[in-house]
Design a binder for this molecule. Structure first.
Ligand code: HEC
Length: 252
């Protein structure tokens, strides 16, 4: 009899332990499922590598599509990513300034000054690490940095998710790009990364193949410095780049 009671206690204890572990793990398992499901759907887009350069590296879980590129373009220029809706990625990486901001150090929300210079995002698709110190492994992860930086956008990933979910037009665009479900920051990073990759391929194709003479004497960074007035080649190539870069990266 005593043995039976003991056995029953052991069985109940085991059952309770299994139930407890299951309930405790449930949210985490949901997160993992949600992250794994964030694969782009829609119309695939081929990113052409400029002549002479290797293929643009693309992560297997983020093939570029027309929908993610369009969404990434919108997000890149939208200050909604910052805590007070004043600063966008495009504030510090402006197409007309060679995808930088023309300042020694960048300025984020509430006029706060950072400690580093904003590098151009032009070409960034080829880098094996991102940021001056290489602390982000790819464009997808890099896009998480500025949002959480207290000087730049001073927001949280969860805060951005909530703001985007509250906007019906964003909900619709995310659904078209990644299928139904809650908006996760993972999809924000993926869309922005595809937008940055697409701009690179087409822009470089033009500057390296079609206009070598016009573009050779200048580099995109020269646009930052304003060039030297009276330098005709500079002005022609700057104008040319400006029109082209703006057409590729424009808000539409
Ligand atoms: C307040 C200005 C500011 C904002 C806003 C900002 N950036 Fe930056 N960005 C910088 C600075 C400064 C760096 C360099 C920081 C470092 O290396 O620590 C940088 C680095 C980068 C890099 C790395 C390039 C390289 O050469 O390694 C990429 C890509 C980039 N930003 C894209 C973005 C995207 C996408 C957003 C929006 C989600 C964004 N930035 C928002 C200022 C800004």
């Amino acid at each position: 009899m005593k043995r039976k009671i003991l056995l029953a206690i052991v069985v109940i204890a085991l059952f309770a332990a299994v139930l407890w572990i299951y309930l405790a793990e449930r949210p985490r398992r949901f997160e993992i499922r949600r992250a794994g499901a964030a694969i782009p759907i829609g119309t695939p887009v081929q990113i052409e590598a400029p002549l002479g350069l290797p293929p643009v590296p693309i992560p297997a879980d983020n093939p570029p599509t027309a929908e993610t590129i369009a969404l990434g373009r919108r997000l890149y220029y939208d200050p909604i990513l910052s805590v007070d809706n004043t600063v966008a990625c495009g504030t510090c990486h402006k197409p007309e300034l060679g995808f930088s901001d023309g300042k020694p150090v960048s300025q984020g929300v509430h006029g706060q000054k950072g400690t580093r210079n904003a590098p151009t995002v032009f070409n960034a698709a080829y880098y094996t690490t991102q940021f001056w110190d290489g602390r982000a492994p790819n464009l997808e992860k890099q896009a998480e940095g500025p949002v959480q930086n207290p000087i730049e956008m001073a927001h949280t990933l969860e805060g951005v998710e909530k703001k985007l979910m509250a906007d019906p037009s964003y909900r619709q665009e995310f659904e078209k790009a990644f299928g139904p479900g809650a908006i996760s920051y993972e999809t924000v990073g993926k869309a922005i990364a595809s937008f940055e990759r697409q701009g690179l391929g087409r822009t470089m194709l033009l500057t390296s193949d079609i206009t070598p003479l016009l573009c050779a004497p200048t580099r995109v960074h020269d646009v930052n410095k304003g060039g030297t007035s009276g330098d005709k080649t500079f002005r022609i190539s700057t104008l040319f780049r400006w029109i082209y870069l703006c057409s590729v990266f424009s808000k539409q």
